[in-house]
Design a protein around this ligand. Structure first.
Ligand SMILES: Cc1ncc(COP(=O)(O)O)c(C=O)c1O
Length: 383
């Protein structure tokens, strides 16, 4: 039975070294990083080592990093934390884009109920925000600007560094959701004026349920969770020691071979597109997203005339895992908010499939999947 995993944007398999780091920390015995005794100090040492590694990779101080329970929690903590703190200064505007992950958009819906004004920047037909739109929308009443680094459905990259400069000039806090881009795009917090940045371990072959939030020193911020003083009182709750150790190991390895990861993903993507062209013909599909400013591991493809849910079900039956959009919306038959915001024709939105590649995938798998797609496509068209 075929078993091909082309859904790395949803989650990635943990790499062996991260599993070892996890097992090593989990098997080291009890120890709450907040306890003062030797067991606690040992656990704290692991968290500190992981924080140091991640800080070095991101170009920030270890004290500027807050471990969370997911990318979603990092996004929510960033938005609620900065927006509520900025309100004290009379700033009540939030500027974000229409293609953000729901972790950002649904948090903004909630902030709207709290009285914040939400401005959703439009995108072009490739899913990219124009810097000029941000320039117009951000003013001295803006509390927070939240723009993602790379989109999880199309892979389109945003000009977040330019937008961060505008936010800085106008006194707004800048948040970047880098959950999908981290591990593929270099991020250097020393050179971009970003105040808050979200990352998630399970997108880079680390464990699920571990996130990270960068909070630049001096950023207006209120915690989302109250309790103990963990994470310098910015996120209460006992840290996931083993998960954090495994996250740092996965991040260290993915940063070390960033170029190799990029070219590997690019190679699989190219092989897949080439094979689709051979099997289906160039006119049977359209690639969605930006051709230049894009992540290397995502291919969002509309198979014109076919329905994405039907295609996905058939791919699953044939042993191929892909997705209709973000993991949260797939299966719900809701048209993708990202492709809709790109103003694509209905037919393109309703027939889109996201294939996303990663560690362990081969060009042979890409070629095989293209053949499977062609077989399914012929069957569905002849019905
Ligand atoms: C861009 C983006 N932001 C946030 C998230 C949420 O991350 P997590 O799954 O760790 O909650 C995801 C996950 O798909 C994502 O792709």
């Amino acid at each position: 039975m075929t078993s091909i995993y082309f859904d790395h944007a949803a989650t990635t398999p943990m790499r062996a070294e991260a599993i070892s780091a996890y097992a090593d920390a989990a098997g080291a015995g009890p120890g709450n990083p907040s306890s003062l005794h030797a067991f606690g100090r040992s656990a704290r040492g692991r968290v500190t080592a992981a924080r140091d590694t991640l800080a070095q990779l991101l170009g920030c101080s270890p004290s500027e990093l807050v471990f969370t329970g997911s990318g979603t929690e990092s996004d929510n903590t960033a938005l609620f934390g900065a927006a509520r703190a900025q309100r004290a200064k009379g700033r009540t505007g939030i500027v974000t884009s229409s293609v953000e992950h729901h972790a950002v958009l649904h948090a903004c819906d909630k902030l709207k109920e709290e009285g914040f004004r939400i401005t959703l920047l439009p995108v072009d037909e490739t899913g990219r925000v124009a810097v000029s739109e941000a320039e117009q929308a951000i003013d001295d009443t803006t509390a927070v600007v939240s723009i993602m680094a790379g989109n999880n459905e199309t892979g389109t990259l945003q000009p977040y560094a330019e937008i961060a400069q505008i936010a800085k000039n106008r006194g707004a806090v800048m948040h970047v959701d880098a959950v999908q881009a981290f591990g593929y795009e270099p991020i250097d917090l020393q050179s971009v004026p970003v105040d808050l940045l979200s990352v998630s371990a399970h997108k880079i072959n680390g464990p699920q349920g571990v996130g990270l939030l960068f909070v630049r020193r001096g950023t207006p911020f209120q915690p989302l969770l109250y309790g103990g003083n963990q994470e310098r009182a910015r996120r209460a709750g006992t840290e996931n020691v083993a998960g954090i150790a495994a996250f740092a190991e996965a991040a260290r390895l993915s940063a070390g071979d960033l170029d190799a990861r990029r070219s590997h993903a690019e190679q699989i993507r190219q092989a897949f597109l080439q094979a689709l062209e051979t099997e289906l013909g160039r006119d049977a599909f359209v690639l969605n997203g930006n051709a230049v400013h894009r992540l290397p591991h995502i291919a969002n493809i509309s198979f014109l005339g076919l329905n994405s849910e039907t295609m996905l079900m058939n791919l699953d039956l044939a042993g191929v895992a892909a997705s209709a959009g973000s993991a949260c919306t797939s299966g719900s038959l809701q048209p993708s908010h990202v492709l809709t915001a790109m103003n694509l024709p209905r037919e393109r939105v309703q027939s889109a499939i996201r294939f996303s590649f990663g560690l362990g995938n081969t060009t042979a798998e890409a070629e095989k999947t293209a053949k499977i797609v062609a077989t399914i496509s012929a069957r569905l068209r002849n019905r």
